[in-house]
Design a protein around this ligand. Structure first.
Ligand code: F6R
Length: 248
C-alpha cells in the first residue's frame, strides 16, 4: 500500500480534492459522468470543504457526477440527524450543483425482508454507471473500511452488517451514549470497494496510527479488513504525521 504523509490534514485533503477535481474536469469535457464513492465521518470533512470551495470559487460543476456512499446505519430514517444521508447533504451535496437523482446512499428504511434485493440492486447500480472511478475511505480503529468490521470477507458485497464494539464506542459521543448507537448498518463490501479504479484512504491523528500500521505493514487478514486494500493496485493512504507515526 502506497502512503503519503502530509504536514497537515488540510494539505492532505487538498491534494485529494485536486485529484478528484481534475478527473471531474476531464470527464466533464468529454461529456462523461464521474463516479465517486464517498465516506462519512470526520476524516473526509476537509476534503468536502475543499470540493465545495473549488465548486464555488473555480466554477467546477458536479452536474455530471454520480456518487455512491459506502454505508448507512440500519435502521435509520434519512431525516434523522444521525443519518449519513443528512451528513452528506449538510457537509457536501447541499453546497454543490449535484443532481439529487445522481446521489446514492444506502437506504436505512428498507424493510428487512427486502434487504437482499435492495443490496443486490445497489451493486447493480454501481455497475450500471461503469463502476466507481475514485473511492474515498476513512478507517475505523476496529480496522473497518465502510462498515466492514473484523470478520468481513474479501468476497463480501453490499449487505447488512453488525457494528463492532469499538465502532459503537467511537460513535457513542455523537449519539449521546452507547445505548443509542444503532447495532447494524448497510455497507458496501470489501469486494465492492476493491472494484473501484482508484482508492484514497484518509487517516488523521495518533488514534489511527496503530490500525494504519496493521493495514499497511501487517498480514492481510480478516481481523483488519483494511489490510485487504493490499490487493488493490491503485490505493494511496493519505496521512498526517501522527497517523503515520508508527509506520516503519
Ligand atoms: C463512514 C465509514 C467509516 C469511517 C470510519 C472512520 O462512512 O465508512 O468507515 O470512515 O469509521 O470514521 P472517522 O472518519 O469519523 O474517524
Amino acid at each position: 500500500i502506497a502512503t503519503r504523509v502530509f504536514n497537515s490534514r488540510e494539505e492532505g485533503s487538498k491534494y485529494v480534492a485536486k485529484v478528484i477535481a481534475s478527473l471531474i474536469r476531464e470527464k466533464n469535457k468529454l461529456g462523461k459522468p464521474t463516479v465517486l464513492g464517498l465516506a462519512t465521518g470526520s476524516s473526509p470533512l476537509l476534503l468536502y470543504k475543499e470540493l465545495i470551495r473549488i465548486h464555488k470559487e473555480e466554477g467546477l460543476s458536479f452536474k455530471n457526477v454520480i456518487t455512491f456512499n459506502l454505508d448507512e446505519y440500519y435502521p435509520m430514517d434519512p431525516e434523522n440527524k444521525h443519518s449519513y444521508y443528512r451528513f452528506m447533504y449538510d457537509n457536501l451535496f447541499s453546497h454543490l450543483d449535484i443532481n439529487p437523482a445522481n446521489v446514492f446512499i444506502p437506504d436505512g428504511t428498507v424493510a428487512e425482508e427486502n434487504l437482499d434485493e435492495y443490496c443486490a440492486d445497489y451493486e447493480n447500480k454501481i455497475r450500471s454507471f461503469g463502476g466507481i472511478d475514485i473511492q474515498v475511505l476513512g478507517i475505523g480503529r476496529s480496522g473497518h473500511i465502510g462498515f466492514n468490521e473484523p470478520g468481513s470477507l474479501v468476497t463480501d458485497e453490499t449487505r447488512l452488517v453488525q457494528l463492532n464494539s469499538i465502532t459503537i464506542e467511537d460513535a457513542a459521543n455523537g449519539f449521546g451514549g452507547e445505548e443509542n448507537v444503532p447495532r447494524y448498518a448497510l455497507s458496501m463490501g470489501i469486494k465492492t470497494i476493491l472494484q473501484a479504479k482508484k482508492i484514497f484512504l484518509l487517516g488523521w491523528g495518533e488514534a489511527k496510527s496503530e490500525v494504519i500500521k496493521q493495514a499497511v505493514e501487517g498480514e492481510e487478514t480478516t481481523q483488519v479488513p483494511a489490510s485487504f486494500l493490499q490487493r488493490h493496485s491503485d490505493v494511496l493512504f493519505v496521512l498526517d504525521r501522527p497517523a503515520a507515526s508508527r509506520l516503519s
